[in-house]
Write a protein that binds this ligand. Sequence first.
Ligand code: G6Q
Length: 547
Amino acid sequence: MSIGMAPLTERPAWKALEAHYQQVRGLHLRKLFADDPGRGERMIAEAVDLYLDYSKNRITDETLKLLVQLAEASGLRARIDAMFRGEQINLTERRAVLHVALRAPKGAVIVVDGENVVPQVHAVLDKMANFSDRVRSGAWLGHTGKRIRNVINIGIGGSDLGPVMAYEALKHYSERAMTFRFVSNVDGTDFAEAVQDLDPSETLCIISSKTFTTLETMTNAHTARSWSLAGLGGDEQSVAKHFVAVSTNAEGVAKFGIDTANMFEFWDWVGGRYSMDSAIGLSTMLAIGPDNFRAMLDGFHQMDEHFRTTPFAANLPVLMGLLGVWYNNFFGAQTVAVLPYEQYLKRFPAYLQQLTMESNGKHVTLDGSKVAYQTGPIYWGEPGTNGQHSFYQLIHQGTGLIACDFIAFVQPLNPLGRHHDILLANVFAQAEALAFGKTPEQVQAEGTPDWLVPHRVFQGNRPSNTILAARLTPETLGKLVALYEHSVFTQGTIWNINSFDQWGVELGKALAQRIIPELESQEEPRLGHDSSTNTLIRRYRQLKKAS
Ligand code: G6Q
């Protein structure tokens, strides 16, 4: 554990990287490739059928050596072991961090508070599988005897982003006779649009909330209950057939009126943003079936084992995490673009935003002292090729450095004529153009008039990783998500921060609770905010009355 170690920026490995950065910062990828033609074959890592080309990064062999030394000096090995052993590495919440237990095979032993949690994990998985089979086969019927054709997952944050992303990513494998919707926002439009064409008698609502207290989810859950009851003649008995819950809070579930027999459990050692492979993935299992869900878990587990056992220099999540640190802390890069060349991964960047930014957007170290360096970068992205016709301009010719992760698959899930070759040609071309750019000489040689040359020059030297896999399957998705989970963990360890709490979400929540009655009260409330907030509240109240 990093507590008790020298502060990050005082470690010899860090200082060595600082000195090294001064030597290599001006090196161009053109030169690195020209001097070392084998670079593109050598600077790759391959594991669990994922191929990572990291040769187009602004690094030398020495950089890698020093980064690996930094990981070692930061206690990464010990911290990985502590996580897998179920130690309470989430110090501020006094919790173990065991999403890896969610995909541990039957027979594995992971002990929390003296108890092996793996059998519980599999018991819940079996319960989910049984339920999913019954719904999918039509054995589970709605209150009026109709088959369930629609599933709505109601949850937010970690109880939404994973399920939405996985549903979109694995739609190819989903039961097309069923409709899946996801409601997260407390903005009534989200719910209203989700149900506008659905029949309550054919609709199952999954209330997904670890705490079962989250304002947005509880508000949507009550609205869903009223909507369902209204469509089913108001019979309270119908709730048992149309509502199930995924939660750690049995009491809250029972209070809402859902029979705890219809509750799928998970545990406080699963963080929200690390929960898509727990019962929070019930909508995913309903969509793709239990076998595909288990294949996804197996993919996660393969990456877990790779992360746990592979030397850092060949360890995919460690390498990606370290390269992120290199750009973030030495080049001062503030963002990372994730660019999947796969339409089914359209929600993957949004999912990663929570995983990375909620985990590593921290300003103090584990012992509470202020960090003296930049922590988590901003993650963003869109699927290719769409982004190419939008924000790529800034990546190519803007003034900042943006590290890119390109993700592509060899086999298309929807082979259509030349589409896939064109798609893959684009991903390779973008990584090439970013790295090598176009010199003024090259632009001139094309006959460009002198005045136009500067506009058409591409500096290049813009780094990227390319991740290639055979095909987007449930198993591959599991590997990809685990790759990023562990990369975030690697970075959090180096920065010596707690990647598993999220206190930053709290302040806004508490303030909203205070403001709600101020907006709703009949009498003019006495406001004690700043003058801007007070005026906004008054104005809202005034206009609301008038409308
Ligand atoms: C994730 C966060 C957060 C959480 C939501 C929903 O790591 O903790 O995004 O998932 O606030 O919480 P509940 O599942 O408790 O409703």
